[in-house]
Ligand binder design. Structure first.
Ligand SMILES: Cc1cc2nc3c(=O)[nH]c(=O)nc-3n(C[C@H](O)[C@H](O)[C@H](O)COP(=O)(O)OP(=O)(O)OC[C@H]3O[C@@H](n4cnc5c(N)ncnc54)[C@H](O)[C@@H]3O)c2cc1C
Length: 275
């Protein structure tokens, strides 16, 4: 679908639903024709008779005939998403916005930090990177959630851990009684203490709740990353998805059309970036 027709809706069928956690589910969609996007870009998902909201696909951008979208309950539209059933039809507009520049990362040590439902765009990135795994020196994926029960994509972690030059480090803030856990217990930003990467000229991607994005960025700078190498997915509140409604303005940028992927260098002087 072309950005020249931003209101054109592609119909898609929900062919499967994965309950990832009590608040998060993945819709597995089969669009009526192939859908192309670049990892990091987002779509507007329409739930008929309810409304639409922006989400970043969580599947590899190399898959065109299917699309996964992982969605946390937050309000009106996302509650309806959690009522949807296999076989229901939804609409997709887009793709919109900027992508992760993975072609520029060949030969580098790539670090990814995904917290909570922020693992959705970072899973798309990770799955896209591992399609050409030999192009990258290493891929380290720091994964965080509030509790083991809240951690998403649990069943895939074991497979990812087996991949060559891939390091998965997972942590939760706390382990309530009765929940099993074999990872770290700390804030996701503290997982940086468990890895050893040379930050110079290597990219790092951060996606998660605003507080994690903010303190994660500061910790990465302390670790030695330069502002130009820190990629942030700015999930600002937005409606139209293509620079018309102005809900997502961040200083001189629109999160929808200039982002959602920005380097920290680009946006660090803009107002209210962490809100
Ligand atoms: C580019 C982009 C990509 C996104 N990708 C994903 C994704 O992959 N998975 C996912 O679960 N969510 C994602 N989101 C967030 C998602 O769009 C919102 O949760 C959704 O719009 C809420 O709609 P609603 O009608 O359910 O909530 P509403 O009833 O509209 O609002 C419920 C509450 O959520 C707040 N809210 C609404 N939108 C946002 C937002 N963007 N950021 C923070 N708070 C918000 C409202 O202010 C309100 O307090 C993304 C957002 C953007 C902009």
């Amino acid at each position: 679908m072309s950005k020249k027709k931003p209101y054109e809706i592609l119909q898609a069928e929900i062919y499967d639903i994965i309950e990832e956690s009590p608040q998060i589910r993945t819709l597995r969609l089969k669009p009526e024709k192939n859908f192309t996007f670049e990892t990091g870009q987002f779509v507007e998902l329409t739930i008929p008779n309810v409304g639409e909201a922006p989400f970043t696909p969580s599947s590899s951008h190399y898959i065109k005939e299917k699309l996964d979208i992982t969605i946390m309950k937050a309000g009106f539209v996302t509650e309806a998403v959690h009522q949807a059933k296999k076989g229901d039809r939804v609409g997709i507009r887009g793709p919109f916005g900027s992508k992760y520049p993975i072609d520029q990362w060949k030969g580098k040590d790539v670090l990814i930090m995904g917290g909570g439902v922020g693992m959705a765009p970072t899973r798309s990135l990770f799955l896209s990177l591992i399609e050409n795994i030999d192009d990258y020196k290493s891929i380290t994926f720091l994964i965080g959630a509030r509790t083991p029960e809240d951690l998403i994509y649990k069943n895939q972690l074991k497979e990812w851990e087996k991949l060559k030059n891939v390091n998965i480090v997972k942590g939760v803030d706390k382990v309530p009684e009765g929940q099993n856990w074999d990872g770290e217990v700390c804030l996701i930003t503290k997982l940086l203490d468990k890895i050893s990467i040379k930050p110079k000229d290597n990219p790092v991607v951060v996606c998660g709740p605003p507080i994690m994005m903010k303190f994660g960025t500061f910790d990465l700078i302390e670790y030695g990353y330069e502002d130009k190498d820190i990629y942030l997915s700015m999930e600002k509140k937005m409606y139209c998805g293509h620079g018309q409604c102005r809900h997502c303005v961040m200083g001189k940028y629109y999160a929808c059309k200039d982002g959602p992927v920005f380097t920290y260098d680009q946006i660090k002087n803009e107002e209210n970036i962490w809100e």
